[in-house]
Structure formats: structure tokens, C-alpha cells
Write a protein that binds this ligand. Structure first.
Ligand code: NAP
Length: 295
């Protein structure tokens, strides 16, 4: 079977172009510029690179981005004061605090301090609750990106059996809730597997769509999927590779090469879910700005 590569870069680019035009329209028709604040505490190289990626994506889309870079030694009370300031700033419609935070700061306290109306990451329990009961809210970016990559590539979700490997609060669990909703682009039957699941292959071989979000290379192999299944690989793992300039390469959670030829479609790593995540952050920022102006 020929396996289609679901090109997340291209899908993300198409969505971002639509968003760029929407931002232009908002500026012209409503004098509204969506604004995103990205807060970074410390200099973790991966976090610095994520924040840079978000800033560049905002610039290209016409979204105002405010970078708040603070030293590792920043005190919790100062970070909470900054969140308060951003909550009150009318030019800011979305606030994102880059995780992880240094260990002396209570992550929960900080995330819960963000005004739920500016919670473009969709991590605030108020928004998680709304998503759970199917109300309109900010959807968390990675699960939303996964849903969109399927929809935009014409892969039907309704009535399909989706098996998700991983139950984290940022990927597995919210994705399961989203795909289960009695709504468009959902209506799936969902199974969630984790480290205490007995025989994961028993479930994944019954899936029309397998989502690998375990954070471990080769968690899903060709013998664990059925012929013609769709595979979404969310994982981003560094494996040592002396032939690469950086000494490592990025791989997902699936055995990509063996799955090629058996699956109907698969997302690559990199270039699959990754570019979609930032794109859905831009989507939420625009959504928030429109809500603030009741557009
Ligand atoms: P996480 O918080 O570490 O959660 C991993 C989940 O997978 C847990 O629920 C864990 O089960 C389960 N798991 C781990 N090993 C397993 C195994 N061998 N068999 C079955 N289940 C297993 O990770 P995460 O934040 O959800 O992220 C998952 C992966 O996606 C990571 O590689 C991460 O880097 C990547 N990611 C990518 C993006 C993107 O934009 N591309 C965004 C977010 C995350 P237990 O609950 O039982 O421990």
C-alpha cells in the first residue's frame, strides 16, 4: 500500500495564510491587532527555540507579539505580578507561559493566575472544563493541531475508532475529549492507552486512527497497526546520531520506516504535528482578540 505523508508544514502554511488575511481584515475593518505575550523564565535552549518560533510565526501572521524574557532567578511573586499586568493590558489577548518553569516557582499557581479569557494555551481548568462539556473555548494547541491535520487532509474522524497512546494533560487526555464530542470533526469512538495498559497492540490493531503520544521512540511499530490505518506521530525524541552536525536527530514515537507501506497515511517527525501546534496558538490568539471586541 502506498502510504500518504501528512505534511504538517504545508497544512500549517495554508492555515497561517488564511490567518494572515484574517488579521489584515481585522486591522482594516476594526482597527484590531491581536496580541500575544510569551513569558520565558530562564534560558533552557529548547524553550528559547520554541519562544523564537512563536515570535516569528506571530510576525509573519501580523500578530503583535510581546516577549517577556526573565532570568532563572525570577521570584514567583514577580511572575504573578507580571501575569496580573498582562491580564489587564488591552493590547494583549493571549498569554503563554513557556513551560517548564524553574523548580522554585509553582507552575500551577502561575497557570491558574492567567485570565481564562487570555488562556490561549487552553490549560486553565476553567477552559479544560468547558472543552470537556463541549462548550466553545480555547482548545489546547497540540490536540487541536492533530484534529486539524486530519480534517484538512480529508481524513474522516466521525464513527472511526481512534486509539491514543498517552494520557498526558497536554496531549492524550484533551485529544480524547475533543474527538469524543458530539460535534463536527469529532464523534469518534476513543480508546486511551498508557503504561498500565495490558497489551497495547491489542487495542491499536483495532484502530482506524492511531495517535502515538508517549514520548518514547518506537512505541508504535508496524505489527501494532492494521493495514490501511492512519497514524499520527506526536512524539519528539532526540536520539544520538554522530552523522548529524548537532550529534542527534529527532524521531517520533513510531517506527516510521516499517509503518510506511502498511498505513494509509502517517505524519512525519519533524514536519508533522509540530508546525500545527504553533499554528493553533495563533488561531487562539485571533479568536481571543475577536472575542474581546465581540466580533
Ligand atoms: P508525557 O507527559 O511524558 O506523557 C506521556 C504519556 O505516554 C503518559 O500518559 C504515559 O503513560 C504514556 N506512555 C509513556 N510510555 C509509554 C509506553 N511505552 N506505552 C504506553 N504509554 C506510554 O508526554 P506528553 O507531554 O504527552 O508528550 C508526548 C510526546 O509528544 C513527547 O515526545 C513530546 O515531546 C511530544 N509533544 C510534541 C508536541 C508537538 O507540538 N509536536 C507537543 C507536545 C508534546 P503514564 O500516564 O502511565 O505514565
Amino acid at each position: 500500500m502506498e502510504t500518504k505523508i501528512l505534511d504538517g508544514k504545508q497544512t500549517a502554511q495554508e492555515l497561517r495564510e488564511e490567518m494572515r488575511l484574517e488579521v489584515l481584515r481585522l486591522k482594516e475593518a476594526h482597527n484590531l491587532v491581536p496580541g500575544l505575550a510569551v513569558v520565558l523564565v530562564g534560558e533552557d535552549p529548547a524553550s528559547v527555540s520554541y519562544v523564537t518560533g512563536k515570535r516569528k510565526a506571530c510576525e509573519k501572521t501580523g500578530i503583535y507579539s510581546r516577549e517577556e524574557n526573565h532570568p532563572e532567578t525570577m521570584q514567583e511573586r514577580d511572575l504573578l505580578a507580571l501575569i496580573g499586568e498582562l491580564n489587564a493590558d488591552p493590547s494583549i489577548h493571549g498569554i503563554l507561559v513557556q513551560l517548564p518553569l524553574p523548580s522554585h516557582i509553582d507552575e500551577k499557581k502561575v497557570l491558574y493566575a492567567i485570565n481564562p479569557d487570555k488562556d490561549v494555551d487552553g490549560f486553565h481548568p476553567f477552559n479544560v472544563g468547558k472543552m470537556m462539556i463541549g462548550e466553545d473555548t480555547f482548545l489546547p494547541c497540540t490536540p487541536h493541531g492533530i484534529q486539524q491535520i486530519l480534517v484538512r487532509n480529508g481524513i474522516e474522524i466521525a464513527s472511526k475508532h481512534v486509539v491514543i497512546v498517552g494520557r498526558s494533560n497536554i496531549v492524550g487526555k484533551p485529544l480524547a475529549m475533543m474527538l469524543l464530542q458530539k460535534q463536527d470533526n469529532a464523534n469518534a469512538t476513543v480508546t486511551v492507552c498508557h503504561t498500565r495498559t495490558k497489551d497495547i497492540g491489542h487495542f491499536t490493531t483495532q484502530a482506524d486512527i492511531v495517535i502515538a503520544a508517549a514520548g518514547r521512540p518506537n512505541t508504535v511499530t508496524a505489527d501494532m497497526i492494521s493495514e490501511g490505518a492512519v497514524v499520527v506521530d506526536v512524539g519528539v525524541n532526540r536520539v544520538n546520531d554522530a552523522s548529524k552536525p548537532k550529534g542527534y536527530r529527532l524521531v517520533g514515537d513510531t517506527d516510521f520506516n516499517s509503518i510506511m507501506g502498511k498505513a494509509a497515511a502517517i505524519t512525519p517527525v519533524p514536519g508533522g504535528v509540530g508546525p500545527m501546534t504553533i499554528t493553533m496558538l495563533l488561531h487562539n490568539t485571533i479568536k481571543s482578540a475577536k472575542r474581546f471586541k465581540s466580533i
